[in-house]
Design a protein around this ligand. Structure first.
Ligand code: HPA
Ligand code: ZN
Length: 328
């Protein structure tokens, strides 16, 4: 029998990016919504991206079928079941409230629905969970602030805020105010930076937003001083190899900067971003880099350890998960 996948934490996962075509059509039918694709096959043929924006256009379009608390709970539960099969023991899950409130779905529906699936995940799937609320950076700073205020009644269920969507032209500096409010409220902070955007955006995420982790961050490798800073502070970078390949951040997985990032001493871990779109869930990213980059078992184990080191966990739970990796 094949060996069970190494225990790992999923720290870069957009719940909207786990919507598989079958479930997208089922939810749309249930809610009487028409998707702009005639069939699952036609939809799957559209899964060929030239950059981040070409992916985001499809990602937002497919959300039309998601309307009720039950819908959000079902998407999250389906994801957590798949994650468990991939060795995920802990998942910190992004959601994009503005992608739903802009369609008339109340933020409470989104958070209650996701929260219901997450609350029983430890029992049903053996996966502990956290929720991270992301602001869409191609929307205004005022919209992010309004979203944060609308989420205030639910902050006990939210561990961190994040920043995602179209990066170039929307630097972290645009969101300084809302991140300061989130930190005042006791939330952790993360931000996508240095995926398509320049190293300057990673500096801004660190110095202006005060982030605890950087999502992607692969373009830090273009700035020696930035690498030194990230290494010195051991800032976690959540790297998503299959995403980078599908969105043309790298042309070939064999050219991925992951080995150089590890050699530089960066705190890197592997994640799946939008697995329904990019051809693989958490462990699939491990096997893809193993095959393309020739990483050995000990390096893969280091990457799994790094995922728990980078997670928003109490120290006792972290230590228990790290022991699981060691004894794997
Ligand atoms: N990058 C930025 N925003 C996103 C992504 C991503 O890979 N996936 C979903 N929103
Ligand atoms: Zn992402």
């Amino acid at each position: 029998m094949a060996q069970a996948p190494v225990p790992k934490a999923e720290l870069h996962l957009h719940i909207e990016g786990t919507l598989e075509p079958g479930l997208a059509f089922a939810l749309a039918a249930r809610n009487g919504v028409e998707l702009p694709y005639a069939s699952e096959e036609e939809l799957r043929r559209a899964y060929s991206f030239t950059d981040l924006q070409s992916f985001l256009d499809l990602y937002y379009a497919l959300l039309a079928g998601l309307r009720t608390e039950d819908d959000f709970a079902e998407v999250a539960d389906a994801y957590l079941a798949r994650a468990a099969e991939q060795g995920v023991r802990h998942a910190e899950i992004f959601f994009d409230p503005q992608a739903h409130t802009s369609r008339g779905v109340p933020i409470g529906t989104v958070i209650e629905g996701l929260g219901r699936a997450l609350a029983k995940s430890e029992e049903t799937h053996g996966v502990s969970t956290r929720l991270i609320m992301c602001f869409l950076r191609d929307e205004s700073a005022e919209s992010a602030l309004a979203t944060f205020e609308a989420a205030r009644p639910y902050l006990d269920r939210i561990t961190a805020v994040g920043l995602d969507s179209a990066e170039v032209g929307h630097p972290p500096s645009k969101f300084t105010e809302v991140f300061a409010l989130a930190r005042e409220a006791g939330l952790k902070c993360v931000a996508h930076a240095g995926e398509e955007g320049p190293p300057a955006y990673v500096w801004e995420a660190l110095d202006l937003l005060g982030v605890d982790r950087v999502d992607h961050g692969v373009r830090c490798m273009e700035d020696r001083e930035l690498v030194d800073r990230l290494v010195a502070d051991q800032v976690p970078l959540t790297v998503c190899p299959l995403s980078n390949l599908q969105l043309k951040v790298v042309d070939d997985l064999a050219d991925h900067p992951l080995p150089a990032m590890l050699d530089a001493g960066l705190l890197v871990s592997l994640h799946s971003d939008d697995p329904a779109y990019f051809g693989g869930y958490a462990h699939d990213n491990f096997t893809a880099v193993r095959d393309a980059l020739g990483l050995d078992e000990e390096t893969l184990r280091t990457l799994a350890r790094n995922s728990f080191r980078s997670a928003f966990l109490d120290e006792e739970t972290r230590a228990a998960y790290l022991r699981e990796v060691d004894s794997h």
